[in-house]
Design a protein around this ligand. Structure first.
Ligand code: AMP
Ligand code: ZN
Length: 114
């Protein structure tokens, strides 16, 4: 989608450095890491928020989640645990409106998040 930051990263218009990529999924390091490991996982297809998911997207999102788990299991700093979180809407703190899953870890995490 035009004017979407993450679509531009997927298309290569903005240089990216993927941690993982296949035909449907793209993962890259967050530009402002909030933990020693902070990876963003996105579907390549533009979906703005979790509220915009539709019947049929469960395959894509399920695949993304399983791949994220595989990536996490391959990172030594995450061997004691990690967090996967997605923000939906302005009040949650969502700032980029292309659905993304944060993979965070490498330090003790607090609960509840702020
Ligand atoms: P959210 O606040 O949940 O929408 O998360 C958006 C995330 O995108 C933030 O953690 C930002 O640091 C991250 N971000 C913004 N621009 C870039 C970029 N060009 N490359 C990588 N991560 C980015
Ligand atoms: Zn997009």
């Amino acid at each position: 989608m035009k004017d979407c930051l993450f679509c531009k990263i997927v298309s290569g218009e903005i240089p990216g450095n993927p941690v993982y990529e296949d035909d449907e999924i793209y993962m890259f390091n967050d530009i402002s890491p909030q933990a020693p490991v902070h990876i963003l996982a996105i579907p390549k297809r533009h979906i703005a928020t979790s509220n915009d998911l539709k019947t049929g997207d469960e395959i894509l999102i399920g695949k993304l989640f399983l791949k994220l788990k595989e990536v996490a299991q391959g990172i030594d700093k995450l061997k004691n645990g990690y967090r996967i979180v997605t923000n939906c809407g302005a009040e949650s703190g969502q700032s980029v409106f292309h659905i993304h899953f944060h993979l965070l870890g490498g330090r003790p995490m607090k609960w509840p998040p702020g």
